[in-house]
Design a binder for this molecule. Structure first.
Ligand code: APR
Length: 259
């Protein structure tokens, strides 16, 4: 059973301060206080509009020109998401994780978010397992380009390096996670003896597998989430509250312990 409450916050700070290799796994909940809705739970995009079709990648490959036209002119729930992403700023939760990295406590952050907010907050050891919405990726050579480096006059756009088919870097449902990122995520999870799990329902794989691999090897899980999740029973500490409030307090307590 996970410890909750103030004592849990202090004990979680002890756990982080003495960790040999601590990492974090984050999800949509971390960006809720930046104005981006989550997908599931209260106020979730899929809760409101229903889960999207699980064959997004297949549909992209079937007609990449149409998929690009839709992407460049999003409608429905995707429009809501892209509008929120375009005006979002990092919040104190993102910055607290950067502080833990600067303290030498957090070795890496694996995020499921495509919103670029960790990077903009200053995270330097970041693994974006579902990609980054500001980048375009080649399905051939896996090169990634900033959006404004690509000409969309002719759809689908082609890779300036290998003429391969270009796709948004965000990973579609049914698309394999790019191997360069996936391998590093597994390596980080295999090394960790402590993991902060912030703002995720831990329902989407392979990301949801990482906390299990840490716990199976006796590592400690620290959940930061206003609500219980599928992971809570596995967690040593369950810090209930918005990540933008809990993570800065946790970072403060860790900093105090490191003196
Ligand atoms: N602070 C911390 N956690 C929060 C906050 C908050 N302010 N607000 C909500 N949460 C929690 C919710 O309780 C929920 O457990 O964040 C979680 C969000 O869960 P999801 O919406 O399922 O998001 P996530 O786990 O990131 O989804 C995984 O699913 O749809 C795909 O590709 C998408 O990357 C996404 C993946």
């Amino acid at each position: 059973m996970a410890d909750e409450g103030l004592d849990a916050l202090e004990a979680a700070a002890d756990c982080l301060a003495r960790a040999r290799y601590a990492i974090a796994l984050t999800g949509a909940g971390l960006s809720v206080e930046s104005g981006i809705p989550p997908f599931r739970g209260p106020g979730g995009l899929w809760t409101k509009h229903g889960e999207p079709p699980m064959n997004g990648f297949e549909r992209f490959l079937a007609d990449p020109a149409k998929a690009w036209a839709d992407r460049l002119n999003p409608q429905g729930p995707m429009r809501e998401l892209w509008v929120a992403l375009s005006s979002a700023e990092p919040n104190p939760g993102h910055r607290a994780l950067v502080r833990l990295e600067e303290l030498g406590v957090l070795q890496s952050v694996i995020t499921q978010n495509v919103d670029d907010l960790h990077r903009r907050a200053g995270a330097s050891r970041l693994l974006e397992i579902h990609g980054n919405a500001t980048l375009i990726r080649c399905l051939g050579c896996i090169a990634r380009f900033p959006r404004d480096a690509i000409d969309f006059a002719v759809l689908p756009p082609r890779c300036p390096q290998c003429d391969g088919l270009l796709k948004s870097d965000t990973v579609s449902f049914g698309e394999p996670i790019p191997p360069d990122v996936l391998e590093r995520c597994f390596e980080e999870a295999a090394r960790a003896d402590c993991m902060i799990v912030a703002g995720t329902s831990a329902t989407v794989y392979p990301a949801a597998q990482f906390p299990f691999s840490v716990a199976e090897r006796g590592g400690e899980l620290i959940e930061v989430n206003p609500y219980p999740s599928d992971l809570t029973s596995l967690c040593r500490f369950a810090l209930r509250g918005p990540a933008g409030e809990v993570l800065p307090r946790l970072a403060e307590l860790v900093a105090a312990r490191l003196g």
